[in-house]
Each structure stands twice: as C-alpha cells, then as structure tokens.
Design a protein around this ligand. Structure first.
Ligand code: FES
Ligand code: FES
Length: 212
C-alpha cells in the first residue's frame, strides 16, 4: 500500500484509511455507551438482588420423607443430608468416611438415584423420597444378604454405601452383566479392594431379588 492509495488494503473490509479511522471513532463512542450501559445493568442487577432470592439464616424447619416416613426436624440451611440423617434423625446407615464426595460410603437413594449424602443439602431433599439401607430387605432375597454370602466386605467401612449403591442400581437394572455392575457402582470405592466379592454380591443379589 502506498501513502496516496485511498483504498488502504490494510484497513478491514477494504475501507480507506480515513474511513477506517472514522469508523474507529464511532467504535470508541460505542465503547463509551457500552460503559454507560454496563453501569445501568449493574444497577438493575443490584435492584434485582434486593428483591431476588432470600438468604436463609438461622435454622429452618424441614420435613424429610425417609424410608416411607415423614421426619420433621430443624436444620441450618447449609446442613448436608448426611448430617441431618445421622445427627438429627438418628438414621445412621449412610456413613461419613471422606466427607467430600469421593468414596460413596454416605450413599443414600433420593428419588431413585444414588447420591453422596455428604455433599447433598438436606433442604434440597424436601418433597423427595429418601431411602437408606435401614429399609432394605435383610432376608435371603435382599442385597445385604448377598454381601454376607459372597464376602463382599473386609473392614466394612465402605459396605453400607456399596449395598445402597447396588440396591439403587439393581432397582433400575435387574438383569445386569458383570460389566454393567462394574459401571453402575463405580461411584463407590473400597480401600480394602474387596471388589471381587462386591461384584459377585451384586450379581447374586440380582438373582435373589427376582425370587422375592
Ligand atoms: S463420605 Fe460421602 S462420598 Fe465419602
Ligand atoms: S471393606 Fe474396607 S473399605 Fe471396603
């Protein structure tokens, strides 16, 4: 491009340098407007927050449906389902091991789905059905029996969570393959490495549950 070339090829879209600079001025003005608009938006957001979601403080009253029964209790809004079950409702099937959603020992079933109760807010479970292993069939057609029969445990820390995860899985998939069981309960870990027994227990429980 030469200096007298009016169509500056260095300018976007083939515009002349002058047109390009004029355009830049408009862009700068737009940026100022955008800044004003942002300030207005911030004000609107602040106003919306004033009339928006309320911040819960202190304790709240809660009714949780656990194992078919309504349980009323009072908890802080930040309370986890695990804390609420164990410390307020005396339902101790779910165990606290890692307390950070990595081991599965605290598994409970909420609306048919296995959840880590250590990282689930209790207030989010109101109006939902919650199942813990206290409600499971402990007879020969139940999952706990299969774990005993197949030695699906050593120290037992992980076992309540595995039993619960297996129950949730088998309720949805009553005829699983070994691979499906492996994937279906892979949110739980056993530090003792008792996986052979756990997997066998899940397969045997699937058969046993059909006879119930
Ligand atoms: S205690 Fe909840 S995942 Fe480990
Ligand atoms: S049996 Fe010990 S952690 Fe699983």
């Amino acid at each position: 491009m030469t200096e007298h070339d009016p169509k500056g090829r260095g300018a976007p879209g083939g515009a002349s340098r002058r047109e390009f600079l004029r355009g830049s001025g408009v862009a700068a003005a737009t940026a100022v407007l955008t800044g004003q608009a942002t300030a207005i938006l911030d004000e609107a957001q602040a106003a919306a927050q004033d009339s928006g979601p309320k911040i819960l403080k202190g304790e709240v009253e809660l009714t949780l449906k656990v194992n078919g029964h309504d349980h009323a209790c009072t908890v802080e809004p930040r309370s986890t389902l695990l804390d609420t079950l164990r410390d307020r409702l005396d339902i101790t099937g779910p165990k606290r091991v890692c307390d950070r959603a990595s081991c599965g020992a605290c598994t409970a079933i909420v609306d048919g789905e296995p959840v880590y109760s250590c990282t689930t807010l209790a207030v989010s479970c109101q109006g939902k059905t919650i199942e813990t292993l206290e409600s499971f069939d402990t007879g020969e057609h139940g999952v706990p029996h299969a774990f005993c029969k197949d030695d699906g445990l050593m120290c037992g820390y992980c076992t309540p969570g595995f039993v619960t995860a297996c129950k949730a899985f088998l309720d949805k998939n009553p005829n699983p393959t070994l691979e499906e069981v492996r994937k279906g309960i892979d949110g739980n870990i056993c530090r003792c490495g008792t996986y052979v027994g756990v997997l066998q227990a899940a397969l045997d429980a699937a058969k046993a549950m059909k006879g119930a």
